[in-house]
Design a protein around this ligand. Structure first.
Ligand code: SF4
Length: 299
């Protein structure tokens, strides 16, 4: 079998998974296990009721301008890394590299954002070339899809003790993963504005990726251009609109925090409790505000 066929066989051998999960049927092997993604977990942390509306009841959410922008810019950045030709740029001057990077982005309404990104990537390329690390400029994985199964132990979070250990399915797309001497560096791309208070939640998002990479089988890693045994050493995020780029060594506590958040999500399913977490400034932008508001009044 080739890599693609081995990957398909591996994915098909995994248990079925769902957000419409019933923990009371866990002993039945024909029943699906719980699916957890970075977005679903973040939504549950943000507001359990919103999670229930969106993931358990599968109610549609409004498509906002920010979402549309996010999709277009993510595609543009993915295409940029697919198109960048190291050989072509190898002997260019810095200005030529900037022009070359700019030429790899589309001509659409996000021209200003792409200009920031072109300068940022050109500088990164020039720095890598000067340090003799040109081979580290391109990511080893560009928009890779990761699937794995992990076990969440009953006592993961003493505040939310579970009735048993549970196998769950983690799934997610990692924007990009770079490789340097010390290991892999997943890098998240965000199209919103950076605020310092986002640091803790960004660390949790990156720790979610770290857990996925560490628990994927060699076949899934290979499909995504990674090798077994190489650690995730750092993580990074990039907010071009705020010209904010940050990289740091992995923070162990963030991984523990992700496991606890998953335990809390399972606890919510066990107890069928998805309470409202009302916060006026953000609730007013929530797709479920009209129906949620109604429930608040009835309480
Ligand atoms: S309106 Fe607020 S409380 Fe209601 S579901 Fe949305 S985020 Fe939660």
């Amino acid at each position: 079998m080739n890599t693609e066929e081995k990957y398909e066989a591996e994915i098909n051998s995994m248990d079925e998974y769902t957000y419409q999960w019933l923990p009371e049927n866990y002993e039945d092997p024909s029943e699906p296990i719980l699916k957890v993604t970075k977005s679903s977990l973040t939504t549950h942390l943000w507001c359990p009721k919103k999670y229930e509306f969106q993931y358990v009841e599968r109610r549609p959410i409004d498509q906002t301008e920010a979402m549309k922008k996010g999709t277009i810019m993510h595609n543009a950045r993915e295409d940029f890394f697919n198109a960048f030709d190291i050989k072509k740029a190898e002997n260019m001057t810095t200005d030529e590299v900037i022009d070359y990077c700019s030429s790899l982005f589309p001509l659409d309404e996000y021209f200003d954002e792409y200009s920031h990104m072109a300068v940022f990537e050109a500088q990164r390329f020039v720095d890598a070339r000067r340090e003799g690390k040109i081979d580290e400029f391109l990511p080893v994985c560009n928009e890779g899809k990761f699937d794995c199964e992990i076990v969440i132990e009953a006592n993961t979070d003493p505040k939310y003790p579970l009735r048993r250990d549970y196998k769950i399915h983690l799934q997610g797309i990692i924007d990009r993963i770079f490789q340097e001497e010390s290991g892999y560096i997943p890098m998240e791309f965000k199209t919103g504005a950076w605020k310092d208070h986002k640091k803790t939640s960004m660390r949790k998002e990156m720790a979610f990726y770290q857990i996925m990479i560490e628990n994927c089988s060699p076949t899934v890693l290979e499909k995504n251009g990674l090798q077994e045994g190489i650690p995730v050493s750092h993580w990074a995020w990039y907010y071009p609109i705020s010209n904010h780029f940050f990289v740091e060594k992995i923070v162990k506590a963030s991984k523990t925090s992700v496991f606890r958040s998953i335990a809390r999500l399972i606890y919510a399913y066990e107890n069928k409790e998805f309470p409202i977490k009302f916060y006026a400034p953000t609730c007013s932008h929530c797709s479920f505000f009209p129906i949620c508001d109604e429930e608040t009044w009835l309480m």
